[in-house]
Design a protein. Sequence first.
Length: 78
Amino acid sequence: MTSTSDRSSPHPGADHLPDPGLRGERPSTAVFQRRQAAESLVAGSLIFAAATFGCVVVPSMPVMVGFRFLLGLAVGGA
């Protein structure tokens, strides 16, 4: 007797397998999603570091507002 979850799956009984490739999915999808998340965190960290340094050495108030805006974008993206 099969359960309802086995009937909806393209590969019945494969729900317990941890590897996407063993479940019949594309393994590159899971790797790409993890890599994309890591790249966005690194990019956000670099923007945050650059904007923080810019706030430290700011020559005028309008430039400070620009760097503070970049800080907000970096924090919002995290």
